[in-house]
Design a protein around this ligand. Structure first.
Ligand SMILES: Cc1ncc(COP(=O)(O)O)c(C=O)c1O
Length: 378
């Protein structure tokens, strides 16, 4: 009896001095998680142009591939995603040991941070850029070095080279501007930078060029790709890294062993095999992008040339006024008309712009109709 009473009073004292929160690592206590673009709950009909998903469904072969796997779901997936890595390696004429597959490319970016960043090994990124990079740095308790873009999203090589990071995330083509970096620029950065350079090529399938050809001469380059955008598989979560086999092996050691499930592996293989569907949908998106760019420019809206599946445009009132309030006003107007786009109000290079994903042609017609109803004369 006495023992029970003692235990009870000890546990009371313990719970007073040690709340679970006090056990959280100090850098995690102050950490803020990544905030994704709005994902509607599906109850209301919206035209979703805010997170750069593909407006077309994935290859029709995906359905059969997934159906074939369903009866095998009691079994663990292939732990190294080998057949999928072989399909990806074939695409680029690389070896499977130069490919690592992840649960979305975010998983790969996380592995890069896990392997190459900590308190003494800073993370570099351009500013503004994909905000997940700073979240990953914070999780690793790594200092963050931000290299600011200049006017018009120009980037000085000397600024990049002066950055003393161990790991640098460069989005190319860039988000949110949509502009692409030349391969000469990337290889000059790689050659002068002693750390690991991650070229995040989430949007490269919509671009006129990519950095895969640089891999042979750039041993510290890791390219990350995703099937979320150009293959229409955002809901399944498949991304991959390409790089030197030694670097890929390092990332592989840090990987959760079953990081890509059976359905995702099968669907990704089926999608990659169907290159003709991939080409058709990608070309269609590029053609809609061109028409939309022409439309925005005909309204006298500053719009960057895009190598991605979105446009970054600065809406302008009839009075000629541009700015944060104008962008916010159009953002709200579109939302009221059931169209979701993205506004980044917190940076001077982005606050007066909206990022608009390329949808199907019929969706872009509805966007145009909503734009013509925008009371720009008020
Ligand atoms: C620049 C960039 N990198 C990576 C990702 C993440 O892609 P995934 O869906 O493969 O995790 C995104 C998603 O929007 C992105 O914009």
């Amino acid at each position: 009896m006495l023992t029970v009473a003692l235990c009870r009073s000890a546990s009371k004292t313990f719970s007073k001095v040690s709340s679970p929160v006090s056990r959280v690592l100090p850098h995690i206590q102050v950490h803020s998680g990544y905030v994704p673009g709005e994902q509607p709950l599906g109850r209301q009909e919206v035209i979703k142009l805010n997170t750069n998903e593909n407006p077309y469904p994935p290859s029709p072969y995906v359905v059969a591939a997934i159906n074939d796997e369903i009866s095998k779901l009691r079994l663990y997936p292939n732990p190294t995603s080998l057949p999928l890595r072989e399909s990806i390696a074939d695409l680029y004429d690389l070896e499977p040991n130069q490919v690592l597959v992840g649960n979305g490319s975010d998983d790969i970016l996380n592995l890069c941070a896990r392997c190459f960043a900590d308190h003494d090994h800073p993370v570099g990124m351009t500013s503004p850029s994909y905000s997940l990079y700073s979240v990953l740095a914070s999780l690793q308790h790594a200092p963050l070095v931000e290299v600011p873009f200049g006017d018009e999203f120009g980037l000085d090589l000397s600024d990049l080279l002066a950055c003393e990071a161990n790991l640098f995330f460069l989005t190319t083509p860039n988000a949110p501007s949509g502009t692409a970096f030349a391969n000469d620029f990337l290889s000059a950065f790689h050659d002068g930078f002693p750390g690991i350079l991650v070229a995040d090529e989430a949007y490269a399938d919509f671009a006129p060029h990519n950095a895969v050809g640089l891999l042979a001469d750039c041993p510290r380059l890791i390219i990350t790709r995703t099937l979320s955008k150009s293959y229409g598989l955002a809901g399944l979560r498949v991304g991959y890294a390409l790089g030197d086999s030694g670097l890929i092996e390092v990332l592989n050691k840090a990987r959760e062993v079953y990081n890509v499930d059976r359905l995702a592996q099968a669907a990704a293989i089926a999608s990659i095999r169907d290159q003709s569907y991939f080409r058709d949908t990608t070309e269609k998106i590029k053609s809609t992008r061109k028409n939309t760019l022409d439309d925005f420019r005909s309204r006298n809206w500053k719009t960057y040339e895009s190598a991605t599946n979105f446009l970054f445009t600065e809406p302008r009132m009839m009075s000629g006024e541009v700015g944060l309030e104008v962008a916010e006003n159009l953002f709200c107007h579109l939302m009221q008309n059931g169209i979701l786009v993205r506004h980044f109000p917190n940076h001077s290079l982005t606050s007066s712009f909206l990022r608009i994903s390329i949808g199907r042609d019929d969706e872009m017609i509805i966007l145009k109709e909503a734009l013509s109803k925008w009371k720009t004369h008020e």
